[in-house]
Design a protein around this ligand. Structure first.
Ligand code: G3I
Length: 303
């Protein structure tokens, strides 16, 4: 196959990208995105500050721009994200305790009511674990509502849209030996054993000098999969854009049947949250295919 999406589809997987609504008028951007990718994540537009800017008043204008573009072009979406300590609107940042817990529940219900049956995967909870060696939860206003906030978020999401696959998504859970990875693994194991509804784990996979790709990534993917959840690579970027590292990531996913797809976190280097000079993506800032692109395509086609 000659595009990333079609090549991934040969093994029943998808290949996606993050899309920013403000760039949908850029023909080079939409041309590449429409040609190459078949799964779409809104880079910011489905986050809490965007969808509920005032408490109880939902706004899906920019989220729907992306949803409509994706749907009109035959693409599915990953919803990102329903409960997160970051990008909370001011009103939510100022809440605590039972008022915040109820606001989280209302937010999940409001967003999933709007997209019920339309978005097959949701990052229900994002980045709830701490960096470093504790293996424990990150301190946040949501965490301070009680340790059960994550399972309440998943149960709320399941009830609101039973058709959606519900994912836990985080960064720095790619290296199997890291405490954070083990913390999330133990949470998923616990959820599966107690019947808390969780269907997938998202490995963001932002690789850089401090968090480099490690060959135990394949172990991480297979260990999560062995718990009975799907694994998705949700926000892939590799600073420096190493073609061989990109190939390793793709091959590690292809090696595990429950690794269902890969999403890169932007189209061109100039679209990356990291800045164009870090060259982390598959297309250069002019929209040309990079060596990393060819390496990914070849790996997918070899599957
Ligand atoms: O929209 C405003 C604009 O009106 C304003 O003029 C401008 C000035 O700073 O800011 C714009 O908002 C920015 C927004 O991106 C849209 O460009 C925010 O400041 C900026 O903080 C925000 O960054 C996003 C970041 O999440 C925030 O947490 C990045 O685009 C987005 O790529 C990044 O994505 C996250 C994932 O959601 C979760 N995992 C990590 C990943 C990378 O940080």
């Amino acid at each position: 196959a000659s595009t990333l999406g079609a090549a991934a589809a040969q093994s029943g997987r998808y290949f996606g990208t993050a899309i920013a609504s403000g760039k949908l008028g850029d023909g080079t951007y939409t041309g590449i995105a429409n040609r190459e990718f078949n799964m779409i994540t809104a880079e910011n537009e489905m986050k809490i500050d965007a969808t509920e800017p005032n408490q109880g008043q939902f706004n899906f204008t920019n989220a729907d721009r992306i949803y409509n573009w994706a749907t009109q072009n035959g693409k599915r979406m990953r919803g990102h994200t329903l409960a997160w300590h970051n990008q909370q609107p001011g009103w939510m940042q100022s809440l605590s305790g039972s008022a915040l817990r109820q606001a989280m529940i209302n937010h999940i219900n409001g967003v999933l009511n709007h997209y019920k049956g339309k978005i097959p995967y949701w990052d229900v909870v994002n980045e709830a674990y701490a960096d470093g060696n504790s293996g424990g939860r990150r301190d946040s206003n949501l965490q301070r509502t009680g340790n059960d906030w994550i399972e309440v978020a998943f149960r709320t999401a399941r009830a609101a849209d039973p058709s959606a696959k519900l994912c836990y998504n985080d960064y720095n859970i790619d290296n199997w030996t890291w405490a954070k990875t083990q913390g999330v693994y133990n949470m998923v194991k616990d959820f599966k054993s107690r019947g808390v509804p969780i269907d997938c784990v998202g490995l963001q996979s932002h690789f850089n000098g401090n968090s480099p790709y490690n060959s135990n990534y394949r172990t991480t993917i297979s260990q999560f999969a062995a718990l009975g959840v799907d694994v998705a690579i949700t926000e892939l970027d590799i600073q420096g854009g190493s073609a061989s590292t990109y190939a390793s990531v793709v091959n590690d996913c292809l090696a595990v049947s429950r690794c269902i797809g890969i999403t890169v976190w932007g189209v061109r280097d100039s679209d990356s949250w990291l800045g164009a000079n870090t060259t982390p993506l598959l297309f250069d800032s002019s929209g040309n295919k990079k060596a990393a692109y060819n390496s990914v395509l070849n790996a997918l086609n070899a599957a």
